[in-house]
Ligand binder design. Sequence first.
Ligand SMILES: [Zn+2]
Length: 389
Amino acid sequence: MENIQLRVSNPEEEYVRSKFREYYERAEVQAPEDIQRREWGFGGWERKIETRHMQIASAQELKSRLVRDTPLFISYSVAYYEFPDMRPMEKKNWLKADLVFDLDADHLELPCKNRHGSKWVCEECLDAVKEESIKLVEEFLIPDFGFSKDEIGMNFSGNRGYHVHVRSEGVRELRAFARREIVDYLAGTGIDFSSMGFESKPVPGKREPKQLGPTPADPAWPGRIAKLVSRLLAERKLEEVGIGEKDAKKIYKHGEQFLRAIEGGNWDAVKLVNKEMIWRNVVGRLGIKLGDRIDQNVTADAGKLIRLPDSLHGESALIAARVKDIGKFDPLKDAVVFGDQPVRIKIKKAPEFRVGEVTFGPFKEEERELPEQAALFLLCKKEAVLWKS
Ligand SMILES: [Zn+2]
């Protein structure tokens, strides 16, 4: 077992680490399947991964490393290797890998991000990324891929998103190319408009072809598109998928007629200019927002590390809590593991934030006594220091 020297650089880090250690002493952190086949990475005050290429032999060793080394971030490989601690990567000898999806509020490009930046999250971010995670499981993984609920595990990322783990023997053997295909399918990347059931059918004697399209009864993507457009029409929210205001108004005016026509695969009940372009554009917007290339890689590139469920996140002091009922899950409550004991801190700057039922801030350049759970949150964001009188 490799011994890593952990440098404690300042009183804040020392305090955060001591609190994390208390948690790991009392917590029951479940080890991932085949723990000895995984590569591990530990992070500290400066970086989320400071040491990697480590092997942990057993659940007992994991527990003792958590208590003894107390990393501020801990992640393990999605992949299983013959020699997880060897390097470079090729020497590890890849055996298989779980399928894991990383959904992060930061990727959703919500308007609130302009307000609070990437460092913070708000209720709007957390609600949106939760909806996206539900959509991934309930509209894609279960109906389109046929995974059962028992094969899908979900946990909070510890910061501002969710990780969805598919634990099915059938997907573990998939190589990078197949994983990329799955991600592209989910994201709707390169979805072929014509394979979605759309077709411009020439009509004898008329200059304009007729626009045919999918019906809500169709399976997978075609049905999803028809259902979504029908729902958005009923809710008068067609603008959400990029349909211009003028066109949306035209469709609303003959809403009933349009809905009935779609049921029969006729997408031409309302005359629209550039109709094919309009529906092409809609199709391009409906995928799961798995984010940029980096996070698509978490799934597609089997060499990536993912946060250990139930472990603490060093930027928030929240745990990567396992989610049983996503509908009822409240990360700012259910991922909090620290208490109410008052801690004196000097806050640099923080927007309003909630921990449990209590809302704090906004703060600017002030000394405060906050409950441990809120103080740790700000210390981990590096927007506060311990205040010694
Ligand atoms: Zn937000």
